[in-house]
Design a binder for this molecule. Structure first.
Ligand code: FAD
Length: 290
């Protein structure tokens, strides 16, 4: 089923998981996590894909497993350094596994990339156009509330977001953010330039002190001063730190829903407990407003 059709009818709850590095050793654990996530009745579960595309077979198998549990999978697919043939093989595997929805991405470039790294699929839109031409998948795109790190301005980035919609994106999922105002500004500016498709906010609780630095470095994200001060104050107490992170995500979600977000995408990173803690605190919100 097309996720965009679900979005026309209701607010969606979704989770994101990633293929384990040691696939054979850890896949049962991931499948156990996915079975537990099913209890929360997600509208879809997305499965990430490596930037180079090396784990696409795992990605397709996990998506197929999600489908077999009666949950709609959203398979991430990165163009990155792939050839057309690589992508054709991937879409065949995804089709065989019953996947209908693809989040089409360029993927992060390696630090030492050569200029011809993304030769065929330079940007997500190149992959989207190819997928539209060669298949009938329903497509989604990524977007960035604080602007993408490679772009000079949010407005330049928004222009490329509009190109994604024109290339066939039926909805968007955002990069994580810790100040909801960035999401509200993105939605407002997107609508102003004619982007009409749903923009689902991505939420990821900060539950480990080590993730503060990584989050800021990897994604260039702003952590509001008050929240940063709290994290700093509690960083030597892992249990309290985690509790603060979960509560902050709960606050973000409540605010996003109150202001009309079309869904919530939880980056649970294969951590079932995180999803459970958030769900339990917001059980009535999810049951009555989704
Ligand atoms: P693009 O849309 O190509 O954008 C990349 C940069 O190029 C942006 O600055 C954009 O403004 C600019 N740009 C776009 N089009 C043009 C153009 N025509 N001309 C000039 N500039 C242009 N990464 C993974 O490796 N695997 C994953 O599974 C994964 N999942 C993700 C899921 C979500 C929801 C999000 C938000 C990100 C995810 N990423 C993933 C990270 C993503 O791949 C990186 O952020 C990557 O750097 C950009 O991907 P994109 O698809 O947005 O690329």
């Amino acid at each position: 089923m097309k996720i965009s059709e679900i979005l026309e009818k209701k607010r969606t709850l979704s989770f994101e998981v990633f293929p384990p590095k040691k696939y054979d050793e850890e896949i049962d654990k991931l499948y156990d996590t996915i079975s537990k996530l099913k209890v929360f009745k997600p509208d879809f579960i997305s499965v990430t894909c490596g930037a180079s595309g090396s784990n696409r077979k795992d990605n397709a198998e996990i998506a197929g497993h999600i489908k077999s549990l009666g949950i709609e999978p959203l398979a991430h697919l990165t163009g990155g350094p792939s050839s057309e043939e690589d992508i054709l093989n991937s879409i065949e595997a995804l089709k065989k596994n019953g996947v209908d929805n693809i989040l089409a991405l360029r993927g992060d470039k390696p630090v030492d990339y050569a200029s011809e790294y993304c030769k065929t699929f330079k940007h997500a839109t190149d992959l989207m156009k190819f997928l539209k031409y060669k298949s009938d998948f329903s497509l989604a795109g990524a977007c960035y509330p604080e602007g993408h790190s490679e772009c000079d301005s949010l407005y330049e980035d928004l222009k490329h977001m509009k190109e994604k919609e024109d290339a066939g994106a039926e909805f968007f999922i955002t990069q994580i953010f810790y100040d909801n105002n960035y999401y509200y500004r993105l939605v407002q500016e997107a609508r102003r330039i004619g982007i009409t498709k749903p923009i689902i906010p991505g939420v990821m609780p900060l539950i480990f002190p080590s993730s503060i630095k990584r989050t800021k470095e990897m994604c260039g994200l702003t952590i509001p001063l008050e929240y940063r001060n709290m994290l700093e104050y509690y960083k030597d107490n892992p249990k309290v730190f985690k509790e603060i992170g979960i509560n902050y995500a709960v606050y973000q979600i409540m605010d996003l829903i109150a202001k009309g977000a079309p869904g919530i995408h939880l980056y649970v990173m294969n951590n079932y407990k995180t999803a459970e803690e958030i769900y339990n605190r917001l059980e009535h919100v999810f049951k009555e407003l989704f």
